[in-house]
Design a protein around this ligand. Structure first.
Ligand code: THU
Length: 130
């Protein structure tokens, strides 16, 4: 099964009573393991979490910290674009060159990288004097 298939499968479990917009994310780590996440909304809207954040939380909970590849899928007209916060979260655990595949459920695919998604990422270098 491809990473996109993993993302598509977990997407079905998304809890989205407010947006009705299901997103699935799958992360393959350097060990080869795959961790998945879906978006989980809340009646207090800002408390909802993105699929990417769920996959990252699952990865860290499994004791892994290095992302090798990411796939994200949604039923959108164009491949889904991770939000700014999730771009920063992905950059925490993945090198700039890590491949990110963004997909629609009807087969459109856009390939990018963590670095392309977040140029000028805030990093530990910026805190060098603290
Ligand atoms: N969402 C994600 O889970 N990932 C993305 O990349 C874009 C947006 C979710 C958040 C919210 O539950 C719904 O999509 C609509 O914004």
């Amino acid at each position: 099964m491809s990473l996109i298939d993993d993302a598509a499968q977990v997407r079905e479990r998304a809890y989205v009573p407010y947006s009705n917009f299901k997103v699935g994310a799958a992360i393959r780590t350097v060990s080869g393991a795959v961790h998945v996440g879906c978006n989980v909304e809340n009646v207090a809207y800002p408390e909802g979490t993105c699929a990417e954040a769920g996959a990252i939380a699952a990865m860290v909970a499994a004791g892994e910290l290095k992302i090798a590849e990411v796939a994200v899928i949604a039923d959108s007209p164009v491949p889904v674009s991770p939000c700014g916060g999730c771009r920063q979260k992905l950059a925490e655990f993945g090198e700039a060159g890590v491949k990110v595949t963004l997909c629609t459920t009807d087969g459109l695919v856009f390939e990018t990288t963590i670095g392309e998604l977040l140029p000028g990422v805030f990093s530990t270098e910026h805190m060098a004097r603290s």
